[in-house]
Design a protein around this ligand. Sequence first.
Ligand SMILES: [Zn+2]
Length: 499
Amino acid sequence: MHRILIAGFQHETNTFGATKAKFKDFQEADGWPGLLQGDNVISGTAGINLPLAGFVEAAQQAANIELLPAVWASAEPSSYVTDDAFEQISQMILDGVASAGQLDGIYLDLHGAMVTESHEDGEGELLSRIRAIVGNQLPIAVSLDLHANLTSRMVQFASSLSIFRTYPHIDMADTGIRAYAMLRRHLSGENLYSAIRQAPFLVPLSAQYTGATPCQELYSLLSVENGANTVVSDIAMGFPPADIFDAGPAVVAYGPTQADADHEADRLIEAIKASEDLFDSALLSPTAAVSKAMAANGARPVVIADVQDNPGAGATSDTTGLLKTLVDCKAQKAVLGLLNDPETAAKAHALGVGGIFSVELGGKSGLPGLDPYHATFKVLALSDGRFSFSGAMYAGARAKIGPTALLKIVDDTADVCVVVGSKRCQCLDRAIFTHIGIELEKLKIIALKSTVHFRDDFEPIAECILHAEAPGANYCRLDDVPYQRLRPNVRRGPRGNLN
Ligand SMILES: [Zn+2]
């Protein structure tokens, strides 16, 4: 019997975000479960498209694996993880390791872009602390997000890193299954050598879609073979709104010899470098995007992605630049979601359906240049923000976004609605609109606060997709970002400037 400790600790840190991730943010449920401990780690994630759930499902099919669940915690992307939160959750994992007795291996469901108040490389720090307890020989298989900012510490302290290969991340559970396959190789005594290479330029999230060139071709270079003595590798596209030394795309490879690993890592990094001109980082001004959407005369709605205010990348999700442009341009049959403003949602709930009120909507983060939008709104519908997601990425998960309201802007010339919620949640699933009674197919314009993840659920109903450059903390025009800590030889985007 192999005794395997499992744990998860996920945070994607946008160091330019407005609020830090505190312990309570990890305790609370959002699109994903709140903090889980002990046996609840398995029961609370079962059936959800999460790496840990995939790992557990694969492991439970083996007769000789005993799983020892310690803790699973995630918080919506934001600015730095507080030292308090990092220390508390890390300690739960370390206590689990220390009290588990004889262990044969560890699996960790991590993100790879966690920055804490004290540590630029949260995952590398956690792994080094685990190694201090278990030594260098115990197998530690780790799964990471495609947006990991890979570091040599992660590669040094983990026995293997398995990384999502799709953005939108529809393969999160599948990545847990791949991490399980790697753990089996470690348990069988196979000795694997590793190599890491980092790219010399950042890639904005808006150019990382794996359904289009060049990411589609780059990810097709990865082998699906994972048997004994095979070479395995992965690509992380990196998380650019993170002002850290190791930000940016990187590759990791494992092979039976050091030469195998080096050769594979070189092959992949050269392919990324050769693709530099193919990353499409173009964004439209909000006015250009709305005008183009209004001029479209297809039968289906045009989707405008408010790419820089994506809470899933740590933005505030309450900027109003695109909403204001929709009204100013007199857009018709338009809706925007999901705008986070608990105060306004509470007012709408207090008034009830049919109520009319004037309010300063959104823009409450305090970040410079992100102002509220003053208007009069009519309450069209209300919900408690609890519903099941219907798309593939959040499959199996239930939303808990608090009191939610569908508001129509009172205006004689524009027909624009906004879905206002009470918790930051990326608008990547149609249920955010449909659960409150919106019939998406009847709209002309769907504006949503997401960068790429929305594509999986919305592309099938969209006439076309436009990227709008309204203000927000998920910077996608990287040349303008006030970086201080990047590696000196890293350019700010494909063909971007050096620091
Ligand atoms: Zn990601």
